[in-house]
Design a protein around this ligand. Structure first.
Ligand code: MF3
Ligand code: CO
Ligand code: CO
Length: 290
């Protein structure tokens, strides 16, 4: 979601929050056992659709064809693809190629050898959302493509590793930023992870940069996404002035992203969008990079 910063200007669906102190006041829902079970179901569906996409991807396929695969698989499950008509988004999935950071709109563009593509799936089922994405390799990746994709993959893992009751939201962003910058890449600031549940985007904002020990204290039952966007070059991004959605790097360099929906538990984390099997063209890296 768009990072609205610390000014009291949340997205309309979050509602206005009274700022009683200089710091932003956030009310993070604690999900009930029933809600958590429903989130497991929605999360698993999104994960399964992402696995299916990996199995179908190939050079020459258009992003419109990916949209059809996601739309039909989601409907077949009795679910709804959440992106479709969300704040005017025209398609059922986001497909973001190379220097597109996020929110790419499926169209007639064909995938070609050497491309990287993030596919971001959000499934709405039985009143709850599951949100997950991954970046895939089409054909043989360049050295830069491998770097940005593998750094983004590891960045998400390191962010997730910080999650447990009692940790701070800022610990997640700090772990991600420290790692990504040590690899010579940068972390996008303008888009953040988000609480998720009965609404697509809820409090809190989950920044992928920041300071350890800062931010809200995590409690068991909180559910939010972590979805670091990593650029090879500068962190600055811009939104297409014509379609108002497509986000690209300002310097034209590659960007990669991975996303999971995460439940905070007493002892750590449960990944609600955990995959039933490895992603083809992404997680079978030994084969791809051989
Ligand atoms: N799935 C994106 C996220 O991770 C949001 C996409 S909004 C859309 O938050 F309208 F572009 F689909
Ligand atoms: Co998300
Ligand atoms: Co998403």
């Amino acid at each position: 979601m768009r990072n609205l910063g610390l000014t009291p200007q949340p997205p309309a669906e979050v509602g206005l929050r009274p700022a009683s102190h200089a710091e932003e006041v956030v009310a993070i829902e604690i999900k009930s056992a029933k809600e958590i079970e429903a989130m497991r179901v929605a999360g698993r569906m999104a994960a399964e659709t992402l696995v299916l996409v990996g199995e179908k991807l190939r050079a020459g396929m258009t992003t419109e064809e990916i949209n059809t695969i996601v739309h039909e698989d989601t409907i077949k499950r009795g679910a709804r693809p959440a992106p479709l008509n969300y704040r005017g988004f025209p398609k059922s999935v986001c497909t973001s190629i190379n220097d597109v950071v996020c929110h790419g709109i499926p169209d007639g563009t064909a995938l070609k050898d050497g491309d990287i593509i993030n596919v971001d799936i959000t499934t709405f089922y039985n009143g709850f959302y599951g949100d997950t994405s991954a970046t895939f390799y089409i054909g043989t990746p360049s050295t830069e493509a491998r770097l940005v994709v593998e750094v983004a993959r590891r960045a998400l893992e390191l962010g997730i590793a910080e999650v447990r009751e009692g940790a701070r939201l800022g610990d997640i962003g700090a772990a991600i930023q420290e790692y990504v910058e040590a690899q010579g890449c940068s972390v996008v600031r303008d888009f953040v992870g988000h609480g998720i549940g009965r609404r697509f985007h809820e409090d809190p904002q989950v920044k992928h940069y920041g300071k350890r020990g800062s931010g809200e204290r995590l409690k068991a039952g909180m559910i939010f996404t972590i979805e670091p966007m990593v650029n090879i070059g500068r962190f600055e991004v811009e939104i297409d002035p014509v379609d108002k959605w497509t986000v690209t790097t300002v310097d034209g360099t590659l960007s990669a992203q991975f996303e999971h929906t995460c439940l905070v538990t007493k002892t750590g984390v449960e990944i609600l969008t955990k995959r039933p099997k490895p992603l083809r063209l992404s997680e079978n890296v030994a084969t791809i990079l051989a």
